[in-house]
Design a protein around this ligand. Structure first.
Ligand code: HEM
Length: 395
Protein backbone atom coordinates (compact mmCIF):
# COMPACT_ATOMS: atom_id res chain seq x y z
CA UNK A 1 0.00 0.00 0.00
CA UNK A 2 1.26 3.57 -0.64
CA UNK A 3 2.88 5.27 2.35
CA UNK A 4 1.25 8.71 1.98
CA UNK A 5 -2.46 9.56 2.10
CA UNK A 6 -4.35 11.01 -0.88
CA UNK A 7 -7.26 12.13 1.32
CA UNK A 8 -8.40 12.06 4.93
CA UNK A 9 -11.83 10.49 5.49
CA UNK A 10 -11.60 11.41 9.19
CA UNK A 11 -11.38 15.17 8.51
CA UNK A 12 -14.34 17.18 9.86
CA UNK A 13 -17.18 17.43 7.34
CA UNK A 14 -20.22 19.58 6.73
CA UNK A 15 -23.39 18.50 4.90
CA UNK A 16 -21.89 19.65 1.56
CA UNK A 17 -18.11 19.42 2.01
CA UNK A 18 -17.40 15.80 1.06
CA UNK A 19 -18.63 16.49 -2.47
CA UNK A 20 -15.78 18.97 -2.91
CA UNK A 21 -13.29 16.35 -1.71
CA UNK A 22 -14.64 13.80 -4.20
CA UNK A 23 -14.69 16.33 -7.07
CA UNK A 24 -11.01 16.97 -6.43
CA UNK A 25 -10.20 13.25 -6.24
CA UNK A 26 -12.10 12.49 -9.47
CA UNK A 27 -9.97 15.07 -11.27
CA UNK A 28 -6.62 14.57 -9.58
CA UNK A 29 -6.48 11.08 -8.13
CA UNK A 30 -9.35 8.81 -9.18
CA UNK A 31 -7.86 5.77 -7.44
CA UNK A 32 -7.14 7.30 -4.05
CA UNK A 33 -5.60 5.71 -0.99
CA UNK A 34 -5.78 6.51 2.70
CA UNK A 35 -4.30 4.81 5.75
CA UNK A 36 -7.44 5.61 7.79
CA UNK A 37 -9.50 2.66 9.09
CA UNK A 38 -6.60 0.29 8.52
CA UNK A 39 -6.02 1.50 4.96
CA UNK A 40 -8.29 1.38 1.93
CA UNK A 41 -8.64 2.53 -1.66
CA UNK A 42 -11.45 4.70 -3.01
CA UNK A 43 -12.66 4.60 -6.63
CA UNK A 44 -14.38 7.93 -7.32
CA UNK A 45 -15.08 8.02 -11.09
CA UNK A 46 -18.39 6.75 -12.42
CA UNK A 47 -16.88 4.43 -15.06
CA UNK A 48 -14.52 2.76 -12.57
CA UNK A 49 -17.19 2.33 -9.88
CA UNK A 50 -19.66 0.85 -12.36
CA UNK A 51 -17.06 -1.51 -13.83
CA UNK A 52 -15.94 -2.73 -10.37
CA UNK A 53 -19.54 -3.29 -9.19
CA UNK A 54 -20.16 -5.28 -12.37
CA UNK A 55 -17.10 -7.52 -11.90
CA UNK A 56 -17.90 -9.52 -8.73
CA UNK A 57 -15.25 -12.16 -9.52
CA UNK A 58 -12.43 -9.62 -9.26
CA UNK A 59 -14.07 -7.28 -6.73
CA UNK A 60 -15.39 -9.67 -4.10
CA UNK A 61 -17.77 -8.90 -1.21
CA UNK A 62 -16.97 -11.81 1.10
CA UNK A 63 -14.00 -10.21 2.87
CA UNK A 64 -15.71 -6.96 3.83
CA UNK A 65 -18.66 -5.04 2.45
CA UNK A 66 -18.10 -1.74 4.25
CA UNK A 67 -15.23 0.37 5.57
CA UNK A 68 -15.02 0.65 8.53
CA UNK A 69 -16.02 -3.01 8.79
CA UNK A 70 -17.35 -5.11 11.65
CA UNK A 71 -14.42 -5.50 14.09
CA UNK A 72 -15.74 -8.96 15.07
CA UNK A 73 -15.42 -10.06 11.44
CA UNK A 74 -19.04 -11.26 11.24
CA UNK A 75 -20.22 -11.92 7.67
CA UNK A 76 -23.94 -12.01 6.94
CA UNK A 77 -25.70 -12.98 3.71
CA UNK A 78 -26.49 -11.68 1.17
CA UNK A 79 -24.29 -8.55 1.48
CA UNK A 80 -21.12 -10.37 2.56
CA UNK A 81 -21.46 -13.44 0.33
CA UNK A 82 -20.18 -14.03 -3.19
CA UNK A 83 -21.94 -16.18 -5.78
CA UNK A 84 -22.87 -18.99 -5.82
CA UNK A 85 -23.49 -18.95 -2.02
CA UNK A 86 -25.01 -15.45 -2.37
CA UNK A 87 -27.69 -16.47 -4.88
CA UNK A 88 -30.27 -18.39 -2.76
CA UNK A 89 -30.41 -15.63 -0.11
CA UNK A 90 -30.89 -13.02 -2.76
CA UNK A 91 -33.59 -15.08 -4.51
CA UNK A 92 -35.39 -15.66 -1.23
CA UNK A 93 -35.56 -11.95 -0.38
CA UNK A 94 -36.52 -10.87 -3.91
CA UNK A 95 -39.40 -13.36 -3.91
CA UNK A 96 -41.07 -11.28 -1.17
CA UNK A 97 -40.80 -7.92 -2.94
CA UNK A 98 -42.97 -8.48 -6.00
CA UNK A 99 -45.19 -5.82 -7.53
CA UNK A 100 -48.48 -7.14 -6.11
CA UNK A 101 -47.17 -7.18 -2.56
CA UNK A 102 -45.79 -3.65 -2.90
CA UNK A 103 -49.07 -2.37 -4.36
CA UNK A 104 -50.93 -3.85 -1.38
CA UNK A 105 -48.45 -2.21 1.00
CA UNK A 106 -48.90 1.33 -0.36
CA UNK A 107 -52.06 2.27 1.62
CA UNK A 108 -50.61 0.67 4.75
CA UNK A 109 -47.36 2.65 4.45
CA UNK A 110 -49.39 5.82 3.85
CA UNK A 111 -51.09 5.29 7.21
CA UNK A 112 -47.74 4.73 8.93
CA UNK A 113 -46.25 7.87 7.36
CA UNK A 114 -49.22 10.04 8.35
CA UNK A 115 -49.20 8.77 11.93
CA UNK A 116 -45.42 9.14 12.37
CA UNK A 117 -45.48 12.69 10.93
CA UNK A 118 -48.35 13.79 13.18
CA UNK A 119 -46.25 14.69 16.28
CA UNK A 120 -43.92 16.92 14.22
CA UNK A 121 -46.89 18.67 12.62
CA UNK A 122 -48.58 19.17 15.99
CA UNK A 123 -45.44 20.63 17.53
CA UNK A 124 -44.64 22.93 14.62
CA UNK A 125 -41.48 21.03 13.77
CA UNK A 126 -38.80 18.68 15.01
CA UNK A 127 -35.88 16.64 13.71
CA UNK A 128 -37.19 15.05 10.51
CA UNK A 129 -34.17 12.74 10.12
CA UNK A 130 -33.80 11.51 13.70
CA UNK A 131 -37.53 11.36 14.60
CA UNK A 132 -39.71 10.54 11.57
CA UNK A 133 -36.63 9.21 9.73
CA UNK A 134 -36.00 6.50 12.31
CA UNK A 135 -39.55 5.40 13.18
CA UNK A 136 -41.28 5.35 9.78
CA UNK A 137 -38.64 3.07 8.11
CA UNK A 138 -38.98 0.65 11.06
CA UNK A 139 -42.71 0.35 10.29
CA UNK A 140 -41.81 -0.26 6.64
CA UNK A 141 -39.34 -3.02 7.62
CA UNK A 142 -41.90 -4.51 10.00
CA UNK A 143 -44.52 -4.72 7.23
CA UNK A 144 -41.99 -6.38 4.93
CA UNK A 145 -40.84 -8.90 7.56
CA UNK A 146 -44.27 -9.33 9.22
CA UNK A 147 -42.92 -8.40 12.65
CA UNK A 148 -45.40 -8.22 15.53
CA UNK A 149 -46.67 -4.62 15.89
CA UNK A 150 -45.47 -4.36 19.49
CA UNK A 151 -41.83 -4.91 18.38
CA UNK A 152 -41.65 -2.02 15.90
CA UNK A 153 -40.75 0.85 18.23
CA UNK A 154 -38.27 -1.42 19.99
CA UNK A 155 -36.66 -2.21 16.60
CA UNK A 156 -36.54 1.51 15.72
CA UNK A 157 -34.83 2.38 19.03
CA UNK A 158 -32.42 -0.59 18.89
CA UNK A 159 -31.43 0.10 15.28
CA UNK A 160 -30.96 3.84 15.96
CA UNK A 161 -28.71 3.05 18.96
CA UNK A 162 -26.76 0.49 16.88
CA UNK A 163 -26.26 2.99 14.03
CA UNK A 164 -25.11 5.71 16.48
CA UNK A 165 -22.71 3.26 18.16
CA UNK A 166 -21.26 2.32 14.75
CA UNK A 167 -20.64 5.98 13.94
CA UNK A 168 -18.83 6.41 17.25
CA UNK A 169 -17.04 3.07 16.74
CA UNK A 170 -18.23 1.97 20.19
CA UNK A 171 -17.60 -1.77 19.84
CA UNK A 172 -19.34 -2.85 23.07
CA UNK A 173 -22.55 -1.00 22.30
CA UNK A 174 -22.51 -2.21 18.65
CA UNK A 175 -22.31 -5.78 19.98
CA UNK A 176 -25.05 -5.27 22.56
CA UNK A 177 -27.52 -3.78 20.04
CA UNK A 178 -26.55 -6.27 17.35
CA UNK A 179 -27.18 -9.13 19.78
CA UNK A 180 -30.63 -7.77 20.46
CA UNK A 181 -31.39 -7.77 16.73
CA UNK A 182 -30.03 -11.33 16.51
CA UNK A 183 -32.47 -12.27 19.26
CA UNK A 184 -35.34 -10.80 17.24
CA UNK A 185 -34.16 -12.62 14.10
CA UNK A 186 -33.92 -15.95 15.97
CA UNK A 187 -37.42 -15.47 17.35
CA UNK A 188 -38.70 -14.87 13.83
CA UNK A 189 -37.05 -18.06 12.55
CA UNK A 190 -38.39 -20.15 15.45
CA UNK A 191 -41.89 -18.83 14.86
CA UNK A 192 -41.86 -19.48 11.08
CA UNK A 193 -40.44 -22.97 11.54
CA UNK A 194 -43.43 -23.74 13.71
CA UNK A 195 -45.97 -21.83 11.59
CA UNK A 196 -44.67 -21.41 8.02
CA UNK A 197 -46.22 -18.63 5.95
CA UNK A 198 -46.51 -18.06 2.20
CA UNK A 199 -42.88 -17.60 0.99
CA UNK A 200 -44.05 -14.86 -1.41
CA UNK A 201 -45.35 -12.84 1.54
CA UNK A 202 -42.81 -13.52 4.24
CA UNK A 203 -38.98 -13.23 4.08
CA UNK A 204 -38.30 -15.64 6.97
CA UNK A 205 -40.51 -18.35 5.43
CA UNK A 206 -39.00 -17.65 2.01
CA UNK A 207 -35.45 -18.11 3.35
CA UNK A 208 -36.47 -21.30 5.15
CA UNK A 209 -37.96 -22.68 1.92
CA UNK A 210 -34.78 -22.03 -0.10
CA UNK A 211 -32.05 -24.58 -0.82
CA UNK A 212 -28.35 -24.54 -1.70
CA UNK A 213 -26.71 -27.64 -3.21
CA UNK A 214 -29.93 -29.51 -2.56
CA UNK A 215 -29.88 -28.74 1.19
CA UNK A 216 -31.97 -26.19 3.13
CA UNK A 217 -30.08 -23.04 4.13
CA UNK A 218 -28.62 -23.41 7.62
CA UNK A 219 -30.60 -21.85 10.48
CA UNK A 220 -27.58 -19.73 11.45
CA UNK A 221 -27.32 -18.21 7.99
CA UNK A 222 -31.08 -17.64 7.77
CA UNK A 223 -30.87 -15.85 11.13
CA UNK A 224 -27.90 -13.82 9.81
CA UNK A 225 -29.82 -12.81 6.68
CA UNK A 226 -32.82 -11.76 8.79
CA UNK A 227 -30.61 -9.88 11.24
CA UNK A 228 -29.25 -7.98 8.22
CA UNK A 229 -32.78 -7.48 6.86
CA UNK A 230 -33.98 -5.98 10.16
CA UNK A 231 -31.59 -3.08 9.84
CA UNK A 232 -30.66 -2.80 6.17
CA UNK A 233 -33.65 -0.57 5.36
CA UNK A 234 -33.20 1.63 8.43
CA UNK A 235 -29.80 3.20 7.79
CA UNK A 236 -30.21 5.04 4.49
CA UNK A 237 -33.77 6.45 4.65
CA UNK A 238 -33.25 8.89 7.58
CA UNK A 239 -30.22 10.37 5.81
CA UNK A 240 -32.01 10.66 2.50
CA UNK A 241 -35.18 12.09 4.02
CA UNK A 242 -32.94 14.53 5.92
CA UNK A 243 -31.06 15.50 2.75
CA UNK A 244 -34.28 15.99 0.79
CA UNK A 245 -35.65 18.28 3.51
CA UNK A 246 -32.43 20.31 3.58
CA UNK A 247 -32.67 20.70 -0.19
CA UNK A 248 -36.36 21.64 -0.16
CA UNK A 249 -35.80 24.10 2.70
CA UNK A 250 -33.11 25.80 0.63
CA UNK A 251 -35.28 25.75 -2.54
CA UNK A 252 -38.79 26.90 -1.63
CA UNK A 253 -39.83 27.13 -5.27
CA UNK A 254 -39.17 23.42 -5.78
CA UNK A 255 -40.87 22.60 -2.48
CA UNK A 256 -44.01 24.46 -3.58
CA UNK A 257 -43.89 22.92 -7.04
CA UNK A 258 -43.69 19.33 -5.77
CA UNK A 259 -46.50 20.08 -3.30
CA UNK A 260 -48.68 21.41 -6.13
CA UNK A 261 -47.71 18.67 -8.60
CA UNK A 262 -47.19 15.41 -6.65
CA UNK A 263 -46.93 13.48 -9.92
CA UNK A 264 -43.42 14.93 -10.16
CA UNK A 265 -42.34 13.30 -6.89
CA UNK A 266 -41.03 9.99 -8.36
CA UNK A 267 -38.75 11.86 -10.80
CA UNK A 268 -37.64 14.24 -8.05
CA UNK A 269 -36.86 11.28 -5.81
CA UNK A 270 -34.48 9.77 -8.38
CA UNK A 271 -32.63 13.08 -8.66
CA UNK A 272 -32.48 13.33 -4.86
CA UNK A 273 -31.07 9.79 -4.71
CA UNK A 274 -28.37 10.87 -7.15
CA UNK A 275 -27.54 14.10 -5.31
CA UNK A 276 -27.84 12.81 -1.74
CA UNK A 277 -26.72 9.19 -2.19
CA UNK A 278 -26.88 8.03 1.44
CA UNK A 279 -24.37 5.17 1.23
CA UNK A 280 -21.24 6.92 0.11
CA UNK A 281 -19.76 3.62 -0.95
CA UNK A 282 -19.71 -0.09 -0.25
CA UNK A 283 -16.46 -2.03 -0.11
CA UNK A 284 -14.95 -4.86 -2.08
CA UNK A 285 -11.61 -6.68 -1.93
CA UNK A 286 -9.70 -7.47 -5.10
CA UNK A 287 -9.04 -11.16 -5.72
CA UNK A 288 -6.14 -10.43 -8.11
CA UNK A 289 -3.78 -7.55 -8.93
CA UNK A 290 -5.65 -4.57 -10.41
CA UNK A 291 -3.87 -1.80 -12.36
CA UNK A 292 -5.98 1.32 -12.68
CA UNK A 293 -4.99 4.88 -13.60
CA UNK A 294 -1.35 4.08 -12.87
CA UNK A 295 -1.95 2.55 -9.43
CA UNK A 296 -1.72 -1.07 -8.37
CA UNK A 297 -4.26 -2.57 -5.98
CA UNK A 298 -3.12 -5.88 -4.51
CA UNK A 299 -5.16 -8.92 -3.50
CA UNK A 300 -6.59 -8.54 -0.01
CA UNK A 301 -6.64 -4.74 -0.12
CA UNK A 302 -10.03 -3.12 0.56
CA UNK A 303 -11.51 -0.87 -2.12
CA UNK A 304 -14.55 1.36 -1.65
CA UNK A 305 -16.80 1.99 -4.64
CA UNK A 306 -17.81 5.57 -3.93
CA UNK A 307 -21.36 5.59 -5.31
CA UNK A 308 -21.90 9.15 -3.99
CA UNK A 309 -18.95 10.43 -6.00
CA UNK A 310 -19.88 8.47 -9.14
CA UNK A 311 -23.33 10.07 -9.01
CA UNK A 312 -21.79 13.54 -9.26
CA UNK A 313 -19.26 12.65 -11.97
CA UNK A 314 -19.32 15.56 -14.40
CA UNK A 315 -18.43 13.32 -17.34
CA UNK A 316 -21.78 11.51 -16.94
CA UNK A 317 -24.14 14.03 -15.31
CA UNK A 318 -24.11 17.62 -16.67
CA UNK A 319 -23.85 20.23 -13.93
CA UNK A 320 -23.73 17.41 -11.41
CA UNK A 321 -24.32 19.55 -8.31
CA UNK A 322 -27.54 21.03 -9.71
CA UNK A 323 -30.98 19.51 -9.12
CA UNK A 324 -32.68 18.80 -12.45
CA UNK A 325 -36.06 17.17 -12.73
CA UNK A 326 -35.64 16.14 -16.36
CA UNK A 327 -32.19 14.57 -16.53
CA UNK A 328 -32.33 12.26 -19.55
CA UNK A 329 -29.87 9.77 -18.04
CA UNK A 330 -31.08 9.77 -14.43
CA UNK A 331 -31.69 6.01 -14.76
CA UNK A 332 -27.91 5.56 -14.70
CA UNK A 333 -27.44 6.73 -11.11
CA UNK A 334 -25.75 4.30 -8.74
CA UNK A 335 -27.46 5.15 -5.43
CA UNK A 336 -28.65 1.53 -5.18
CA UNK A 337 -25.36 0.09 -6.48
CA UNK A 338 -24.93 -2.18 -9.52
CA UNK A 339 -24.30 -5.82 -10.28
CA UNK A 340 -25.30 -8.82 -8.16
CA UNK A 341 -25.35 -6.86 -4.87
CA UNK A 342 -27.55 -4.04 -6.18
CA UNK A 343 -30.03 -3.13 -3.45
CA UNK A 344 -32.46 -6.03 -3.04
CA UNK A 345 -34.97 -3.69 -1.39
CA UNK A 346 -34.85 -1.02 -4.11
CA UNK A 347 -38.54 -1.20 -5.04
CA UNK A 348 -39.67 -1.07 -1.41
CA UNK A 349 -37.22 1.78 -0.69
CA UNK A 350 -38.58 3.78 -3.63
CA UNK A 351 -42.19 3.14 -2.62
CA UNK A 352 -41.64 4.03 1.03
CA UNK A 353 -39.74 7.22 0.19
CA UNK A 354 -42.37 8.30 -2.33
CA UNK A 355 -45.09 7.76 0.25
CA UNK A 356 -43.09 9.67 2.92
CA UNK A 357 -42.41 12.67 0.69
CA UNK A 358 -45.96 12.75 -0.65
CA UNK A 359 -47.40 12.74 2.87
CA UNK A 360 -44.93 15.35 4.16
CA UNK A 361 -45.72 17.75 1.32
CA UNK A 362 -49.47 17.14 1.39
CA UNK A 363 -49.75 17.76 5.13
CA UNK A 364 -47.63 20.93 5.26
CA UNK A 365 -47.96 24.47 3.94
CA UNK A 366 -44.21 24.78 4.08
CA UNK A 367 -41.13 23.86 6.12
CA UNK A 368 -37.76 25.51 6.67
CA UNK A 369 -34.52 24.68 8.44
CA UNK A 370 -34.66 25.62 12.11
CA UNK A 371 -31.08 24.99 13.22
CA UNK A 372 -27.78 23.34 12.39
CA UNK A 373 -27.64 20.24 10.22
CA UNK A 374 -25.56 17.43 11.73
CA UNK A 375 -23.73 15.49 9.02
CA UNK A 376 -23.15 11.76 9.35
CA UNK A 377 -19.82 9.87 8.93
CA UNK A 378 -18.37 7.04 6.84
CA UNK A 379 -19.66 4.75 5.48
CA UNK A 380 -22.78 6.87 5.08
CA UNK A 381 -23.19 10.37 3.77
CA UNK A 382 -25.86 12.96 4.47
CA UNK A 383 -27.66 14.63 7.31
CA UNK A 384 -28.43 12.67 10.47
CA UNK A 385 -30.04 15.63 12.27
CA UNK A 386 -32.22 18.10 10.42
CA UNK A 387 -34.24 20.41 12.67
CA UNK A 388 -37.22 21.78 10.77
CA UNK A 389 -39.83 24.40 11.49
CA UNK A 390 -43.00 22.99 9.97
CA UNK A 391 -46.19 24.84 9.20
CA UNK A 392 -48.94 22.24 8.96
CA UNK A 393 -51.63 22.60 6.32
CA UNK A 394 -54.93 23.52 7.96
CA UNK A 395 -57.15 20.42 8.19
C1 HEM B 1 -32.81 4.86 0.46
C2 HEM B 1 -32.86 3.58 0.69
C3 HEM B 1 -31.81 2.59 0.29
C4 HEM B 1 -30.62 2.76 -0.38
C5 HEM B 1 -30.05 4.05 -0.96
C6 HEM B 1 -30.00 1.46 -0.48
C7 HEM B 1 -28.79 1.23 -1.11
C8 HEM B 1 -28.17 0.00 -1.21
C9 HEM B 1 -26.92 -0.23 -1.88
C10 HEM B 1 -26.06 0.84 -2.55
C11 HEM B 1 -26.65 -1.56 -1.81
C12 HEM B 1 -25.48 -2.26 -2.50
C13 HEM B 1 -24.42 -2.82 -1.60
C14 HEM B 1 -23.15 -3.16 -2.35
O1 HEM B 1 -22.82 -2.58 -3.40
O2 HEM B 1 -22.41 -4.02 -1.84
C15 HEM B 1 -27.73 -2.18 -1.06
C16 HEM B 1 -27.81 -3.52 -0.74
C17 HEM B 1 -28.88 -4.07 -0.10
N1 HEM B 1 -30.05 -3.44 0.27
FE1 HEM B 1 -30.48 -1.48 0.11
N2 HEM B 1 -30.79 0.53 0.13
C18 HEM B 1 -31.90 1.16 0.61
C19 HEM B 1 -32.97 0.59 1.27
C20 HEM B 1 -33.15 -0.75 1.43
C21 HEM B 1 -34.34 -1.38 1.96
C22 HEM B 1 -35.62 -0.64 2.40
C23 HEM B 1 -34.11 -2.71 1.99
C24 HEM B 1 -34.99 -3.84 2.44
C25 HEM B 1 -36.22 -4.01 2.03
C26 HEM B 1 -32.77 -2.94 1.45
C27 HEM B 1 -32.17 -4.18 1.30
C28 HEM B 1 -30.90 -4.38 0.81
C29 HEM B 1 -30.24 -5.68 0.81
C30 HEM B 1 -30.81 -7.00 1.33
C31 HEM B 1 -28.98 -5.48 0.24
C32 HEM B 1 -27.89 -6.54 0.01
C33 HEM B 1 -28.03 -7.04 -1.41
C34 HEM B 1 -27.00 -8.07 -1.79
O3 HEM B 1 -25.89 -8.08 -1.24
O4 HEM B 1 -27.34 -8.88 -2.66
N3 HEM B 1 -32.23 -1.72 1.12
N4 HEM B 1 -28.66 -1.20 -0.73
Amino acid sequence: MPDSDDFDPLAPETFDSSHEVYRDLRARCPVAHTSAYGGFWALTRYADVKAAAGDPGLFISSVRAVVPSDPRGIRRPPLNFDAPAHTPFRKALERTLHRRRLAALEPVLTEHAARELAPLLAEGGGDIAAQFGSTYPAFVAAEWLNLPAEQVRHLAATAAAWIAAWRKQDGDLVTEKSNEMYRMARELVADRKQSPRDPEQDPASSLLSETYDGEPLSDDLVVGALRQSLVVGLVAPPLLIGGICVHLSRDRELQDRLRAEPDLIPAALEEFLRLYTPYRGFARTVSDDVELHGRRIRPGEPVTLVYASANRDESVFDEPDTFRLDRPNIGQHLAFGRGPHRCAGMALARLSLRVALTELLARTSHFTLAGDIEPTRMPELGAQRVPLRIVARPA
